[in-house]
Design a protein around this ligand. Structure first.
Ligand code: FO1
Length: 328
């Protein structure tokens, strides 16, 4: 078996992640765990068909990040990217609101080919991650389409990328829907991992709950499997001191009339959460949470921060599982 092929041994840590923020902690977990110990279940609610190609931003952002090829300035796409295609495409009057780098384009074209050959998104993702030399399991939450739609105050329902990129998160949000989720089947390996009694921990990465985690939870079977999971489920807050580290989360919460704090984030996970990780800035929130809280530096500025937070989260989870075992 080549070193890059996923072994039959199941993962010991399962992370649920969206794109930019979540991918940082996924990288920290990847680097502190042994090869193939990590599995990442990734949001596909941001996916859309564009120029006839299947764009899967969170799957690709996690891939580039675990491969060390992510563009840290942009937060998405590849390092050292070129944009010749987009420049020429735009010159010809092609849509240029959504930038596709030349290297990134190869991923979308190849994905399109393999989808047309009948492969599912999960099988394609495993091949792509192996091609990037990544020794972690990576599963789109479903092979079936799940599309996050944003209901705006002016009465529109925007596909996620049209809101996030097209309109730069400007419209006031009134709600979210995850079109296709109720007919989607969850990735079988994700459910198997959640049902695996040997799983050490489930980590909800610091991603936007509305557009990165809830689209995963909306897929039938995922929430139930999290509720009955024997491993502790620990979430890391993407909000520090009332500010989102990146992206529109605080704006969304405010527009929904929610307090922009870690507690509002964890309310999305309250029916299955075992523990919460908050930044030292939010220490005062710890007592008000429904679950045990662990205070740690959650702002990941460099790779050491990512690894330190990953270790802290796993140690916290290990302590929770022992507590559960003790109390029976
Ligand atoms: N984000 C932008 O703000 N502008 C873009 O032109 C853009 C292009 C793009 C292409 C491929 C890809 O995988 C991601 C891309 N993103 C872009 C980021 C993307 O909208 C976000 O990564 C997620 O959907 C939210 O996490």
């Amino acid at each position: 078996m080549s070193a890059l092929q996923a072994p039959s041994t199941p993962p010991t840590v399962l992370a649920l992640s969206g794109g930019i923020g979540g991918a940082k902690l996924a990288l920290g977990l990847y680097r502190v765990l042994a090869p193939w110990e990590l599995a990442v279940a990734i949001n596909t609610g941001d996916d859309f068909t564009h120029l006839g190609l299947h764009i899967a931003p969170d799957v690709d952002t996690v891939m580039y990040t675990l491969a060390g090829e992510n563009n840290t300035e942009l937060g998405w796409g590849r390092i050292g990217e070129s944009w010749n295609f987009m420049q020429q495409f735009s010159r010809l009057g092609g849509e240029d609101w959504f930038n596709l780098g030349d290297g990134d384009l190869a991923v979308h074209m190849r994905r399109r080919q393999l989808l047309d050959d009948g492969l599912g998104l999960g099988a394609i993702t495993s091949r792509f991650y192996a091609s990037f030399g990544i020794q972690a399991h990576a599963w789109p939450a479903s092979d079936d389409p799940v599309r996050t739609m944003i209901a705006t105050a002016d009465g529109r329902r925007l596909p996620f990328q049209n809101y996030f990129v097209g309109e730069k998160c400007a419209p006031e949000v009134r709600g979210f829907s995850y079109v296709g989720a109720d007919h989607a089947s969850p990735n079988a390996e994700l459910i198997a991992a959640l049902n695996d009694g040997n799983l050490r921990a489930v980590v909800i990465c610091p991603s936007n709950p509305f557009v990165s985690i809830n689209p995963i939870l909306a897929i039938p079977g995922v929430r139930d499997a999290l509720r009955s999971c024997r491993a502790p489920v620990v979430a890391v807050s993407p909000i520090v001191g009332g500010a989102a580290i990146k992206g529109p989360l605080v704006k969304m919460m405010t527009e929904l009339g929610q307090s922009a704090n870690a507690r509002s984030v964890f309310d999305n996970y309250r029916d299955f959460l075992s523990g919460a990780v908050i930044d030292s800035v939010d220490m005062d929130l710890a007592e008000s949470l429904d679950v045990p809280a662990f205070v740690a530096p959650t702002v990941m500025k460099d790779i050491t921060d990512r690894e330190n937070l990953a270790r802290a989260v796993l140690d916290f989870a290990d302590g929770l599982s022992i507590d559960v075992r003790e109390t029976g």
